[in-house]
Design a protein around this ligand. Structure first.
Ligand code: GCW
Length: 681
């Protein structure tokens, strides 16, 4: 009875998020329960009521929509006596009122909030075998204002660091704006609470530079409309040299009047075509991309130029801080890439416009398997900041190996920077709760492509799902998110869900244990970043070294004897990382160069840890394969075979890593494995 009647109120625009909310709910009920409720629809403040209209009305009357955050919602399920019992009913029930009737009310802080309420409702429905609970009163609001996805898609149809096929957005220089895949993607993102997307690669090449040109804007506007219907704002990455490449000017100097006028005009054109356009993402003076440095200007000058052009329309500039010397000489021991973002940006605090947000990678290097949190995050109290994660597994198995990254992100979000006293966690900074940021949040590089299953590895979907859930609520645990995704994907209570949940939670530590040890990073094949190549980056220009020699390994980033990087943290963290005794084992080689015989807090020597964990990591993958084999009859044949296949590939990769890393360190150190296992010499 609950699901047989549905009345909805929202802003009735057919492409608006209210209409989407209703479509999602009716579609979801049809798919999950085979029910088509009788509908009543009218214009009004966003709410949906299921079940007895009178009972729902009574419940709604007690709920305060004003108290909700715009993207937030309240769900209330219960039962109510909606009318007096008829004499016959009263007789049969011994004089009581009519039987209580069930209702479910979904109230949104806006139409977008209503859409999130619908997804939350459907999730509850799908997660419980017995249907949604009879009684519930839950209010939710997203923690951070910006919850964003960056596509690294190019218009030729390729995806930089894409491991799931080609782009769903572009092919052969065209925007695929009618592709149903794009609308499906908007659904996926909205269903986990995301609200912004940048649809082209931060490396903006020739064709993509033209996305802001008048003749391309209708295509972009169509994309913005699709995403807007799901409460998601659209951004574009722009080329800092666009005034030259597109505008025919001789300079892109941020202080030049013609350059300013060009960006102002461009912003006007964009907003004429796309009134709710989000703004620009900018990679400038980074990995050979143009930027303000060419004109002797700094990043505040650079970002403010664009910010001023966008400000009249409420647009934002998301300015990336991935700025470092990518032409370093490995012989030069004084330059430390890890220091770069902080050294460049920290002195500029207070100089950025109110609509600039600095986009900072979670670690100071580059999405390695393990890194400390970037010391820049939280270190600029007067500058909006957002944290950038990478869902695409560039350095963490490329969606061939399983590596569930939610625990890694969670650890970063929980990190206490101490920058404004204890409790200055990354998640609170990202939420604008530590410094009074006008705009802040989290963003991640997407991992999807046009593969049938979206993410190459089926299990890599858990990372996209998990990022959205964590962006919405950073208090959620990795365990909850893994359990939720596994249940939604393989069926609540199924043996496959139970196993997949465990596998996901083990996968990051396992990946770490067969690849580069103790946070030293970068032992990957240059450029490709998947397979092992211990010295691949050792004599390169990229600032990515491990300094292994016959005595020891690791990068000395201490103040006492190293690059001084530890000094970029607040005193408590600085001291912990600086001290060889206190530095957490898992970050040891990031901060210290130590002899192979150095004893970790775990009690093992560094060399023995390297051997043990390489063997354990490779063995863990073999064990997963065994367990997965046992689930053959529990999972559909296609997914069973796909996952078996990927796990086999992972086992092979892990064996190669294990043997290469072990042999490398055995040859360097000459120290034998205490357990006498097979190490090739
Ligand atoms: O991780 C590195 C990647 C580049 C990428 C760059 C960045 C988009 O190897 O492919 O370029 O980071 O984040 O800008």
């Amino acid at each position: 009875p609950l699901l047989s009647r549905l009345s909805a109120r929202f802003d009735l625009r057919p492409e608006g998020p209210g209409a989407t909310a209703l479509r999602e709910l009716t579609g979801g009920l049809a798919a999950l329960a085979g029910i088509e409720p009788a509908l009543t629809i009218k214009a009004g403040a966003p709410a949906i009521a299921l079940g007895s209209p009178e009972a729902a009305q009574a419940a709604l009357a007690q709920m305060d929509a004003q108290a909700l955050a715009p993207e937030g919602f309240r769900l209330r399920f219960g039962t109510a006596n909606s009318r007096k019992a008829s004499p016959a009913e009263a007789e049969s029930s011994g004089g009581a009122d009519a039987a209580a009737e069930p209702y479910a009310v979904l109230l949104g802080g806006s139409d977008v909030g209503l859409l999130h309420a619908v997804f939350a409702f459907l999730r509850l429905f799908q997660l419980s075998e017995a249907g949604p609970p009879a009684e519930l009163d839950r209010t939710e609001a997203p923690r951070s204002a910006l919850r964003m996805i960056d596509q690294w898609d190019n218009m030729d149809g390729s995806v930089e660091r894409g491991y799931s096929g080609g782009s769903i957005f572009y092919r052969n220089g065209r925007v695929l704006s009618d592709s149903p895949r794009i609308a499906d993607y908007a659904r996926l993102l909205a269903s986990v609470g995301l609200n912004a997307i940048c649809v082209n690669n931060v490396n903006v090449h020739r064709e993509e530079t033209k996305l802001i040109a008048a003749d391309r804007l209708p295509d972009v506007a169509r994309l913005a409309q699709i995403f807007g219907g799901f409460g998601i704002r659209l951004f574009l990455s722009v080329n800092y040299a666009a005034p030259i490449e597109l505008g025919g000017l001789h300079t892109a100097d941020p202080l030049d009047e013609d350059v300013k006028a060009w960006w102002r005009r461009t912003a006007e054109e964009i907003y004429a075509a796309i009134p709710d356009f989000g703004g620009f993402v900018v990679k400038a003076d980074s990995e050979n991309r143009p930027g303000p440095f060419s004109y002797g200007r700094d990043h505040a000058d650079g970002a403010n130029l664009l910010a001023d052009a966008l400000a009249p329309f409420g647009g934002l500039v998301l300015w990336r801080c991935f700025v470092y010397d990518c032409h370093q000489d490995w012989r030069d021991r004084s330059t430390d890439r890890a220091r770069a973002a902080y050294d460049h940006f920290r002195p500029l605090d207070g100089r950025f416009r109110a609509n600039v947000v600095l986009q900072i990678k979670n670690g100071p290097m580059d999405f390695q398997t393990r890194e400390p949190v970037s010391p820049l995050f939280g270190a600029m109290p007067r500058t909006n900041q957002m944290m950038e994660f990478q869902i695409a597994q560039e350095y963490t198995g490329q969606q061939r190996d399983v590596c569930f990254l939610v625990p890694q992100w969670k650890q970063a979000l929980d990190f206490d920077t101490r920058l404004a006293g204890p409790g200055s966690t990354v998640s609170r900074i990202a939420a604008g709760e530590v410094h009074r940021f006008a705009y802040s949040g989290v963003v991640a590089v997407s991992n999807i492509g046009d593969d049938d299953n979206w993410t190459g590895h089926h299990l890599a979907q858990a990372n996209l799902y998990g990022f959205g859930r964590l962006a919405w609520n950073p208090e959620a645990s990795a365990e909850e998110i893994a359990a939720e995704w596994s249940a939604l994907t393989f069926g609540t209570g199924s043996a496959a869900a139970t196993f997949v949940r465990r596998l996901l939670l083990q996968s990051w530590p396992v990946y770490e244990s067969y690849t580069a040890p103790l946070a030293v990073g970068w032992m990957v094949q240059p450029h490709y970043h998947y397979a092992v190549d211990v010295d691949g980056y050792e004599y390169s220009k990229w600032g990515t070294y491990h300094f292994a020699d016959r005595n020891g390994v690791g990068v000395d980033r201490t103040l006492a004897t190293g690059t001084g990087y530890t000094g970029q943290y607040a005193p408590e963290n600085r001291d912990r990382y600086e001290s060889l005794a206190d530095c957490p084992d898992e970050l040891l080689l990031f901060f210290h160069h130590v002899p192979y015989t150095h004893r970790l807090q775990s009690g093992k020597t560094v060399i023995q840890h390297i051997y043990d964990s390489r063997f354990e990591g490779a063995a863990a993958v073999e064990a997963w394969i065994e367990e997965w084999r046992g689930l053959e009859n529990e999972v559909d044949a296609e997914r069973f075979a796909h996952i078996s296949d990927r796990l086999q590939g992972q086992a092979e990769n892990a064996r190669q890593w294990r043997d290469v890393v072990n042999t490398y360190f055995y040859r360097k150190s000459g120290i034998a494995d205490e357990q006498g296992r097979l190490i090739y010499d």
